[in-house]
Ligand binder design. Structure first.
Ligand SMILES: Nc1nc2c(ncn2[C@@H]2O[C@H](COP(=O)(O)OP(=O)(O)OP(=O)(O)O)[C@@H](O)[C@H]2O)c(=O)[nH]1
Ligand SMILES: [Mg+2]
Length: 352
């Protein structure tokens, strides 16, 4: 899962990226495991030699954009389409060392980006509709083209009316066709207010943050307040000293776990596990089927899918391992349409 950091220059994206990735930046792209103690216990129980946790790929590689030349926003926007989720970093800190392009106003900045998302998606839709219309004129269209056209018109109407298109449903048949657009207005989005260190734990006292909170609530956007430089400095300390640092600064906890959790929730994810010498945790959309799980592991497993054996991780742990869970009749044999539950261990039976 790719999560891109987006925002104005000098909003603190790279600082936040360093905090999230512990500075292991490779041209602004780094994979970071999602903490999962249950998986660690499972893998240990299974005697795994290779343990691969589920991870987010954090990206701070969107091209620069110059606020004085509004047209330069197109490039970062078009690249942002390729990520699965966006974290929009809004500058709310004041610093003479990093002069901003305008007075600090995170609500203004938020609206700027949300408007750009809408304009950019509208443009994309209009181009596609034009092409489809030409196709219709030559009577060469398929039923799928018609369905796509109808859906895009609905999305266009929603956006033009200022409504969020996130609730527009997409059929399973249409989904692969629409995926490629990477609509920004439908992408999971988490807003980050990068605040002054001094405001940590006292956000309620800031009228500016209150206003931002209200706007985010109205738009149904999750907001995480944090101080990027504080998080980066905290992360650089040995673990033993982190608690002391937090206490000294009068801050309860790091905001990063909450940020990661919020992104995870917005992506509507669940996890499943495959165990063995090579044990892995995998991410799957909620509502995903056994066949979707197989496809996540490898397309061959989906192609040759016969059946899947599933058992919840807690039951595998309690039974003392997969074999023991089988003996205790805790393992279920399911077909391809089985809807996966969060935290299941899976064995795919397949034949290619
Ligand atoms: N005081 C303070 N300074 C910050 C904070 N976050 C970032 N900065 C400073 O602001 C400047 C810009 O931060 P970056 O993380 O480089 O911001 P960016 O969005 O990646 O900026 P560009 O990629 O250069 O456009 C740096 O000097 C940071 O040290 C913060 O929370 N508090
Ligand atoms: Mg940067």
């Amino acid at each position: 899962m790719k999560v891109a950091l987006i925002g104005f220059p000098l909003s603190g994206r790279t600082t936040l990226f360093e905090a999230l990735t512990g500075g292991q930046a490779h041209e602004g792209v780094a994979s970071v495991a999602i903490p999962d103690p249950r998986f660690e216990a499972l893998a240990k129980q299974a005697g795994a030699k290779k343990i691969v946790p589920a991870a987010f790929e954090w990206r701070d590689d969107l091209p620069d954009f110059n606020p004085e030349k509004p047209e330069t926003v197109r490039q970062p926007l078009s690249l942002a389409r390729q990520s699965d989720a966006l974290v929009l970093v809004l500058r709310a800190f004041d610093s003479p060392y990093a002069p901003y392009h305008a007075p600090i106003d995170p609500v203004r900045d938020l609206n700027f980006w949300l408007d750009e998302f809408v304009l950019s998606d509208l443009q994309l839709i209009e181009n596609r509709l034009e092409r489809l219309t030409k196709l219709f004129q030559s009577h060469k269209e398929s039923a799928a083209d018609r369905a796509e056209h109808a859906w895009l018109e609905r999305m266009h109407r929603a956006l033009s009316a200022g409504e969020s298109p996130k609730s527009l449903e997409v059929s399973r048949e249409l989904e692969p066709r629409l995926r490629g657009f990477g609509f920004l207005t439908r992408k999971p989005l988490v807003v980050v207010a990068n605040i002054n260190e001094g405001l940590l734990g006292r956000e309620a006292e800031s009228e500016m943050i209150q206003r931002l909170q209200t706007v985010c609530m109205e738009r149904d956007l999750p907001l995480v307040n944090l101080c990027a430089t504080f998080e980066r400095d905290l992360r650089q300390l040995p673990e033993a000293e982190q608690a002391e640092f937090l206490q000294m600064m009068g801050v309860g906890e790091s905001a990063l776990p909450r940020l990661v959790r919020t992104v995870y929730e917005q992506l509507n994810l669940q996890v499943f596990y495959t165990l063995g010498e090579d044990s892995r945790a995998w991410l799957l959309r909620r509502g995903g089927t056994a066949l979707d799980a197989a496809a996540t592991i490898h397309s061959d497993l989906a192609r040759g899918f016969i059946r899947a054996e599933v058992c919840h991780a807690d039951e595998v742990l309690a039974a003392g391992g997969w074999k023991a869970a089988q003996k205790a009749n805790k393992v279920q044999l399911v077909g391809k349409d089985y809807v996966m539950r969060d935290g299941e261990v899976v064995y795919i039976r397949f034949n290619v």
